[in-house]
Design a protein around this ligand. Structure first.
Ligand SMILES: Cc1cc2nc3c(=O)[nH]c(=O)nc-3n(C[C@H](O)[C@H](O)[C@H](O)COP(=O)(O)OP(=O)(O)OC[C@H]3O[C@@H](n4cnc5c(N)ncnc54)[C@H](O)[C@@H]3O)c2cc1C
Length: 620
């Protein structure tokens, strides 16, 4: 049973440690739905489409307007072993590359599912109108991405995520799937064993909302924006999904694995608002080269075979090392140069990069960009069964970046968009079957299941009302520290204590600082009412603190270096650590335990044994 030891900064609305008394005088709207999908990025949209196609009408909610989710920022592409350019490629080699670069702590079943499904999912997106780049003979074009044996990244210029979400949202709208925008969920209604719904507020009107349902899908994104230097939108990826799940009684996995993308823009060169923003991996996929301030193509020293196309963790650490050893630019970056390629080719393949840098006075067809690593993605997240999305709490499912399992210790570029749609489909099918097996109401016209006959139990109603009362108190907080300031300090703390290169001592110091930061929550102030950005940030702060603690604790526990988790005090990969670290919310705080990893199937093992690997120099 969830004890809510961590996730909320403003309340303890957990079920277990309160009586059944309800708070008084709290008005809220109660909405009954068969399935609530929290999140309207690629993962949430695809689950909703599957549910609708199976005869269920879910309600999809998101913190922003329809079509406006972090997914729109995905740029370079989405992986599938179509073999358009390299016919030798296969789903098994895709899976083998994913496991190899995940340093074998991925869930092999999740990896296999994604690699097998992706051909069909790409063809489906194509049919639904996604305008993939084509080869001269009309096949879906594919480019290289880091550490992939063959060209398997499909793309729409360098705006793949935007094109994908447009396609999914249009499909969802054609199926008349209801969407409620600008809703922020603050807590799931769960007794730790079973979910009964979720509560939150309308970010435009401030109205409190209670969603009543036996089936909640969390598709609320990742947590890399907790770091000060990051590539996400500031208002996304603050850890809402993992924190909500943990509080509801679900478990998290491998939270220590945070991906630092090698090529973020350098603020001192392009302005603070651009600091950490992504220069897509497609630049390296299309031949971009990295140079230090001495004009040396330094990847020759770190990865002579795969060069700039080695995995992100390798390239990011190489850049960090160059900067540490004083071979960076005056602005604190290195150079990324694609100018050796044809002007027209660069404009066709990287149009957004060309435009973005042109707006900053840089012509990337003739001049290099200045880049340095940036926090980009969280491989860790909610622990799920990839075939069903189940979390261990009955009725609570999760999909997309909010989850863990597919990417292990290091994500391959192009695999996260793939994960969103590949796993969402079977998850949607599973939930639809679960809903249909219970008593439900249908819309006579469409025949769709549109309502649930569930009612909130007294205990959950009480928990919902306590949550609303706590949010009301938070709104009135009038101390001396803004949520923005504390989030900023948290971002700095994570960057300096749980960044690209870590040590046990620094991680422990980070945990101590985190405790001190938590102690200052009593002095919080919220500037404005529930519709203000300050209030949203205050809620996010609670989520981020939980996830930050899980990240620091996991990183301290993992006394080895593997993929994106590099410990300078334990620089070797340790075989006994080929395990997942599972995090749960115990009575006395977060609990961590190790769990062994499954074995890959025969076809994947055969592909692993064949040792496929890209030789970069063949491309030149
Ligand atoms: C700059 C950048 C470029 C990238 N490029 C690529 C790429 O080329 N290829 C690739 O494969 N991957 C790429 N990625 C990763 C990829 O974009 C994401 O992993 C993927 O889009 C995640 O989709 P999602 O549906 O899981 O979550 P998101 O798209 O993040 O959607 C989350 C949804 O949840 C909602 N939400 C969150 N919290 C709450 C809450 N409390 N209450 C209500 N709603 C909530 C949000 O409003 C949103 O609708 C990139 C990432 C970045 C940062």
């Amino acid at each position: 049973m969830s004890q809510n030891t961590t996730s909320s900064i403003y309340s303890d609305a957990s079920v277990s440690d309160h009586s059944q008394s309800t708070a008084t005088d709290v008005d809220y709207e109660e909405i009954h739905v068969p399935v609530l999908v929290i999140g309207a990025g690629a993962a949430g949209a695809r689950v909703a489409i599957e549910l609708r196609e199976q005869g269920i009408e879910p309600l999809v909610i998101g913190k922003r307007e329809y079509g406006d989710a972090h997914t729109t920022w995905a740029a370079g592409g989405i992986n599938a072993s179509l073999g358009s350019r390299d016919p030798e490629d296969s789903w098994a080699i895709h899976a083998a590359d994913t496991l190899e670069e995940g340093h074998f702590i991925n869930d092999p079943e999740a990896v296999e599912l994604v690699a097998r499904e992706m051909g069909d999912r790409i063809r489906e997106l194509d049919e639904w109108g996604m305008n993939f780049a084509r080869t001269v003979d009309g096949k879906i074009q594919q480019r290289y991405f880091g550490a992939q044996s063959f060209r398997r990244t499909c793309f729409v210029g360098d705006r793949t995520g935007e094109a994908m979400l447009e396609t999914l949202v249009e499909k969802a709208q054609s199926l008349e799937i209801p969407y409620r925008e600008n809703v922020m969920i603050t807590r799931l209604l769960s007794d730790g064993d079973r979910v009964e719904g979720a509560v939150g507020f309308d970010m435009e009107t401030g109205e409190f909302l209670a969603f009543v349902t036996d089936h909640v899908v969390l598709a609320a994104g990742g947590s890399s924006a907790m770091y000060n230097r990051h590539s996400s939108r500031d208002e996304e990826n603050n850890g809402d999904g993992p924190a909500l799940a943990l509080d509801a009684g679900a478990e998290l996995l491998d939270m220590e694995f945070v991906q630092f993308h090698p090529t973020g823009m350098v603020g001192d060169r392009y302005g603070e608002e651009w600091d950490g923003r992504l220069v897509t991996e497609a630049v390296r996929g299309e031949g971009g080269r990295l140079y230090n301030s001495e004009g040396e193509r330094f990847m020759e020293r770190y990865s002579p075979d795969q060069m700039e196309l080695d995995a992100r963790d390798v390239v990011a650490r190489a850049i960090a090392q160059e900067l540490r050893e004083g071979r960076g630019t005056d602005n604190g970056g290195v150079y990324l140069d694609i100018s050796h390629r044809d002007d027209a080719y660069i404009r066709e393949r990287l149009p957004s990069m060309v435009d973005r840098f042109a707006s900053l006075g840089v012509d990337i067809t003739t001049d290099p960009m200045e880049v340095a690593p940036t926090a980009h993605y969280t491989m860790g997240g909610v622990d799920i069964d990839p075939h069903t999305g189940e979390t261990g709490v009955e009725g609570l499912y999760a999909v997309g970046e909010t989850t863990a399992g597919v990417h292990g210790a290091n994500r391959l570029g192009g695999n996260s968009l793939a994960e969103t749609v590949a796993i969402a489909k079977p998850v949607g099918q599973h939930i639809a079957a679960a809903v249909q097996s219970t008593g439900v109401a249908t819309d006579g016209g469409s025949g769709a299941v549109t309502e649930t006959d569930s009612e909130l139990s007294l205990r959950m109603r009480a928990a919902a009302e306590r949550e609303f009362a706590a949010l009301t108190r938070l709104e009135a907080a009038d101390g001396g520290t803004t949520p923005e300031a504390l989030l900023d300090e948290l971002g700095e703390l994570l960057w300096s204590h749980a960044g690209i290169i870590r040590t046990g001592e620094e991680l422990q110091a980070g945990l101590d600082e985190l405790a001190a930061l938590r102690a200052r929550l009593d002095d919080l102030t919220v500037e404005g009412d529930r519709t203000s950005r300050s209030f949203e940030l205050a809620v996010d702060l609670g989520f981020s603190l939980t996830v930050a603690e899980a990240t620091l604790r996991g990183a301290l526990e993992r006394t080895e270096s593997r993929g994106a988790h590099y410990r300078a005090d334990c620089p070797e990969l340790v075989d006994e650590f080929q395990q997942n670290i599972v995090v749960s919310d115990g009575e006395d705080g977060l609990r961590l335990r190790k769990r062994s990893v499954g074995h890959p199937s025969e076809p994947i093992q055969a592909a692993l044994d064949a040792h496929y690997e890209l030789d970069y120099h063949h491309l030149e």
